[in-house]
Design a protein around this ligand. Structure first.
Ligand code: ZN
Length: 290
């Protein structure tokens, strides 16, 4: 069932769990996460970053739509880190049901202006909008980018931002970073800031860079009001590790995709299932049919 971002997050916000947003950078990753969601009956956000979209080409969106239309699992097709009004409009035209406008690197006023403009256009077509306030760190060559240092979201500013822009969900910076953390960097979530934001902001809150934070921290972030968690690196690393094994053990005749990829898809599925359980989004599909 294809749903909007607002629809998929509303239930999570009400009940208190987080919907996983998996970056499906290929058809195989998509297959892996969809199998996990089917098996555990979890709603899912299929996140596609503009760089992923230009690699996969626009036709990939139809593939995601096909999955959405042939499953009872609620599926939202989400533009991850839309960088401009044009990118957002392109995504809406393709049939995305949710878009992120990431203007967090701009001045506060400019962030408000473009987020507002996107909300006006997106809401006119029933598409939901996520914006970002504060900046999420970046640990290396992740497609989402970011900054090397985190600028934490100011809870007071967040409240005003949501009111002024009318966004449906808000990505906040509380100490996560895109990509995997190097050994010398100890990721620490500022859960106290999350508490303050959750008290002031009623719309669903989003955590980016959720890969490789300790499970315990992620679990308490969910408890404290995070309703969407982006997972990109963790599923891609699982896929790649499985691929390395296949290549090592496969011999010289290895070439057919249908012999190369099944184990990689299975590895992706396993990691996705771990995340679903951690986010408490398992067995939630039935809630969307009441
Ligand atoms: Zn992100």
């Amino acid at each position: 069932m294809l749903v909007s971002g607002k629809e998929i997050l509303e239930v999570a916000n009400k009940i208190g769990f987080a919907v996983p947003a998996f970056n499906a950078g290929s058809g195989q990753l998509l297959e892996g996460v969809m199998r996990a969601c089917e098996e555990l009956q979890s709603p899912v956000i299929i996140a596609i970053h503009p760089d992923e979209l230009s690699f996969l080409t626009d036709s990939f969106v139809d593939q995601v739509k096909y999955y959405a239309n042939h499953t009872k699992v609620p599926v939202c097709i989400h533009l991850d880190h839309g960088a401009s009004f044009e990118q957002v409009i392109h995504a809406i035209h393709l049939g995305f049901t949710s878009v992120m406008i990431d203007a967090s690197h701009l001045d506060y006023e400019d962030n408000i202006a473009i987020s507002k403009k996107v909300v006006e256009a997106a809401h006119a077509t029933g598409v939901s909008v996520e914006a970002e306030l504060g900046t999420i760190g970046d640990t290396g060559d992740s497609i989402e980018g970011g900054v090397t240092e985190v600028i934490y979201t100011d809870p007071n500013v967040a409240e005003g931002f949501v009111k002024e822009t009318g966004v449906d969900s808000l990505a906040i910076a509380i100490g996560t970073a895109h990509g995997l953390y190097p050994d010398y960097l100890d990721p620490k979530l500022r859960l106290d800031i999350l508490d303050e934001i959750a008290e002031k902001v009623e719309i669903p809150l989003v955590l980016h860079g959720g890969s490789s934070n300790p499970d315990k921290e992620i679990a308490s972030a969910v408890e404290k009001g995070i309703n969407k968690i982006n997972i990109s690196s963790d599923i891609k690393i699982a896929f790649l590790d499985a691929m390395k094994e296949v290549l090592k053990n496969g011999g010289k005749e290895l070439r057919e995709p249908n012999t190369l990829f099944p184990e990689c898809i299975e590895a992706t599925k396993q990691v996705a299932m771990d995340k679903i359980k951690l986010f408490k989004s398992d067995n939630k599909v039935a809630l969307y049919y009441k």
